[in-house]
Design a protein around this ligand. Sequence first.
Ligand SMILES: C[S@@+](CC[C@H](N)C(=O)[O-])C[C@H]1O[C@@H](n2cnc3c(N)ncnc32)[C@H](O)[C@@H]1O
Length: 273
Amino acid sequence: MEPKKVDHLADRLATHWAEELKAWGIPEHILASAPESPWTHDPKAFAVDDALPTETPSYQAAKAAFQRGGTVIDVGVGGGRSSLGLGALATHITGVDASQAMLDRFSTTATEQSTPHTTILGNWPEVAGQAGTADVVICHHVLYNVSEIVLFISALTNAAIRQVVVEITDSHPQSRLNDAWLHFHNITRPTSPNASDALEIIRALNDHVEISSIQRRLSVAAVDKQAQIAYVRRTLCLPFNREPEVAAYLARHPLAETRKAVTIAWPGTANSK
Ligand SMILES: C[S@@+](CC[C@H](N)C(=O)[O-])C[C@H]1O[C@@H](n2cnc3c(N)ncnc32)[C@H](O)[C@@H]1O
């Protein structure tokens, strides 16, 4: 009877998570005036670069799980910052992403560093069957995009032979623009859910969950001042001719170059079925 109670708790927490994520939607009248999609990610901001730290708690958790090396599935791989730092320890990386531009960026870098890899285009967990299983399943900076979090997390656990390693920022990545939303649109944005909410759901679904955190620098491209002006203008649905105003605002209120990143890791179940 105990597992049923646990599932019920996870479902209740997940319903709350989905409701809180919904509140991040952009009001229709603002979205209607956007000259381009505010939701697009620039692959450059997620590319592997010289500033990629590979001794983070997330990298350490992955390395500890496979000791001498092993296979990886990286869900929401982006440009590969979450797994390509494993170098030769990763004997094969399956990169899964909903964006072909991100997969192309990942493939180019993986090929340059001679990391055996394949890519799967599509949404997790729908494409989990194509990915199969791997020693370690990695998923960095994706959870705040996921409203069906129980299905998503369970598919990560089912795909991992040894360990799942998730990393997320302590608060929603868009929350660093909350003051800008107030300034440009007079709109108060949400402040939840956060990493503690994700942790509670993961703990309701899994045993032996470990957590650690670190203050992490963003990628070189993500802290480039010109790129930040374009990113903030686009995300706030403002027209191109307001970029000078955005630039002036960011000069007064610079975006932080580091974020608190939380690592949540737990054992996979792929081999125990
Ligand atoms: C913020 S980026 C993080 C990229 C990389 N993991 C990193 O840490 O740099 C999130 C990535 O997840 C992808 N993504 C979001 N939801 C997804 C889903 N349900 N299935 C597959 N990819 C997803 C996006 O296309 C994007 O490339």
